[in-house]
Design a protein around this ligand. Structure first.
Ligand code: GSH
Length: 221
């Protein structure tokens, strides 16, 4: 069985769990706390970030985008229909590099920051505008069906929105609001937000039977 070290509220882990829930497999879920990382996780991935996924043949995948690609590229090519793997991957990497630091500066509003939180929020708006522009003509970021890019970005847009949801919803980006609401209410997202108790070293984790139901829902397969 595969093993997943994860933290429920981490957006990187969320994108990994969403991608895993598109395929048909079994995963031992080990829910961790970032302030109390299990030794066995640090042993396989000393950098100490989640998600960490260990395949049933022992391959360690400790970057969320690699995990998403592992799940999607092999099993759900339809999620790479627009643009293909390399283009979507490059876009997500750019998003991670540019948007995430602004999101953190906005969300955590550190006292020693150079600027007020609203400065970082406003810096991030170029990204939101770009996404809004894409969504003006279609249901999802790249077309009328969701793609890897939707899954990879959604947890971060969610986190951004929830810093001040009222502000976000009142912004002139109705299509982005609509896209986010649809994901928040979609089974593919709600089902990966199950609450698990913290995993204890030496015990068995929760067994998660993923299923292709979510995949079929979008592809009609
Ligand atoms: N590039 C990594 C980043 C993952 C990451 O930074 N996850 C955060 C939680 S959201 C983490 O584990 N941080 C370590 C810590 O806070 O100690 C990935 O995409 O998987």
């Amino acid at each position: 069985m595969h093993t997943l070290y994860t933290f429920r509220r981490c957006p990187y882990a969320m994108r990994g769990r969403m991608a895993l829930s598109l395929i048909d497999t079994q995963v031992e879920v080990r829910e961790i706390l970032l302030r109390d990382k299990p030794a066995s996780m640090l042993e396989v991935s000393p950098k100490g970030t989640v998600p960490v996924f260990i395949t049933n043949d022992g391959q360690v995948i400790d970057e969320s985008l690699d995990l998403v690609i592992w799940a999607i590229a092999e099993h759900c090519a339809e999620w790479l229909k627009f643009g293909g793997l390399d283009t979507q991957k490059a876009y997500i990497e750019k998003f991670d590099q540019e948007f995430k630091p602004l999101l953190d500066a906005y969300k955590y509003d550190r006292r020693d920051a150079e600027h007020p939180a609203s400065y970082y929020r406003d810096q991030a708006l170029a990204w939101l505008d770009e996404l809004e522009h894409c969504l003006q003509k279609q249901d999802y970021l790249l077309g009328d069906v969701p793609q890897m890019q939707d899954i990879a970005l959604m947890p971060f847009i969610r986190q951004f929105a929830f810093v001040d949801k009222q502000w976000f919803d009142q912004q002139p980006r109705p299509n982005l609001v609509r896209w986010l609401e649809a994901w928040l209410n979609n089974d593919l997202f709600t089902s990966i937000m199950t609450k698990y108790k913290q995993w204890e070293e030496g015990t068995g984790g929760e067994i998660w039977h993923t299923s292709r139901d979510h995949h079929s829902e979008f592809t009609g397969e």
